[in-house]
Design a protein around this ligand. Structure first.
Ligand code: ADP
Ligand SMILES: CCCC(=O)OP(=O)(O)O
Length: 356
């Protein structure tokens, strides 16, 4: 039977929407959001109506008859740590996302918007490989502060999808390979994939790992806690320096990769320096991941929006290609991965998981 799937993928810089007939993508649109527009919303949940409306507008202008849909699939957000797989959107999940129990990120809106569209049509809503997929090994969970544990928060959906695609291209099963995957998006995550499990990864949201177009990444703790208690900043201001207004946007006023590349090409020295710093930090994180895999690395994969830039990929490659061959998969495989995740449970090839 033909399945018509609506796919909804909210990211920090964009909302991607697609319509799939089984595994075939019929239409897709990436709606890029102006950071100034997004800044007016205090909490992520406040963006719900705005993002939902942009999706509905796109479906209307594309003459999509919602009554023909068989399921809606959304990107999965900051839930409790979960196994990789496809989950039915249920009330507990929606409640946890509305209350932002694990924090604020655009991916929290995926299940909520998918469910709002699916419910009146009496069709299921799913999420696949949410950003909290947790396959970390024990050693990776510790920090030097006894009360702080590391948690797995990353581009699980795209990292898994692209790693599987690369494995296919290499002619080997994903679970036979050791891969380092660096997703270079609004946030940046570098995952150590050991035989099909992401055993370590920097937390792309919480000030861990390289700086990104709009996040600070790791910073030295001393200056940070002195700032926090100086009385000069509110908690909200500090949070924004880490997430949303940190990284490249703090230095260059934009998180838009295409604009940043234009600045560099026109001779902007600061843009060139900060871009090089970001690539240096990404390379260091890849180097660290190679020790997680004890140097047994079959390939390093660069993916996400910034992997479209050869300037970016060349700079990283020049520092890490002594470790393993560097493969470039620009953009993302997330829309197909979401569709395929739903199709696997619809066709009973995989059991749907229940969030509790
Ligand atoms: N062709 C491109 N060249 C340079 N940068 C790009 C390109 N396409 C997207 N980007 C940048 O990549 C980042 C978004 O990457 P993406 O993987 O779509 O992540 P997200 O899910 O965080 O929005 C943005 O900074 C965007 O401007
Ligand atoms: C929440 C981790 C994944 C992430 O950072 O996604 P974006 O790059 O879309 O913000």
């Amino acid at each position: 039977m033909t399945q018509l799937l609506l796919i909804i993928n909210p990211g920090s810089t964009s909302t991607k929407v697609a319509l799939f007939e089984n595994q075939t993508q019929l239409i897709k649109k990436t709606i890029n959001h102006d950071p100034v527009t997004l800044k007016q919303f205090k909490r992520m949940i406040d963006q719900y109506d705005f993002r939902k409306q942009t999706i509905l507008d796109f479906l209307k202008e594309s003459n999509v008859n919602l009554n023909h849909l068989t399921a809606v699939v959304g990107r999965g957000g900051l839930l409790k740590p979960l196994a990789s797989g496809t989950y039915l959107v249920n009330d507990q999940m929606k409640q946890d996302l509305q209350n932002a129990i694990r924090g604020e990120h655009a991916s929290n809106l995926g299940a909520l918007i998918a469910s709002a569209i699916a419910e009146p049509l009496h069709i299921p809503a799913y999420i696949v490989d949410p950003v909290v997929v947790d396959e970390m090994h024990d050693l990776a969970r510790y920090t030097g502060m006894k009360d702080i544990q590391r948690v797995s928060t990353f581009h699980a959906l795209n990292q898994k999808a692209v790693a599987k695609r690369a494995a296919l291209d290499m002619g080997k099963p994903y679970d036979s390979l050791n891969l380092i995957v660096a997703h270079l998006g609004g946030g940046i995550s570098v995952g150590s994939h050991q035989k099909g499990k992401v055993i370590d990864v920097n937390n792309a949201l919480d000030g861990d790992g390289p700086m990104s177009p709009e996040r600070s990444g790791s910073v030295p703790l001393g200056p940070l806690y002195r700032m926090c208690f100086s009385g000069q900043y509110t908690l909200d201001q500090i949070k924004r320096m880490n997430y949303g207004e940190g990284g490249m946007v703090a230095y260059l006023g934009t998180n838009d990769g295409i604009e940043i590349m234009k600045k560099i090409k026109s001779g902007d020295e600061l843009a060139s320096k900060i871009h090089e710093v970001m690539c240096y930090q990404i390379s260091k994180e890849i180097g660290a991941a190679s020790t997680v895999l004890k140097g047994q690395v079959d390939a390093i994969i660069l993916t996400g929006g910034f992997a479209y830039n050869t300037l970016t990929t060349d700079l990283i490659k020049s520092r890490v290609d002594f470790i393993a061959p560097v493969l470039i998969y620009p953009g993302e495989d997330e829309m197909l991965a979401l569709a395929e995740g739903a199709l696997r449970v619809i066709h009973h090839e995989e059991e749907v998981k229940v969030y509790a």
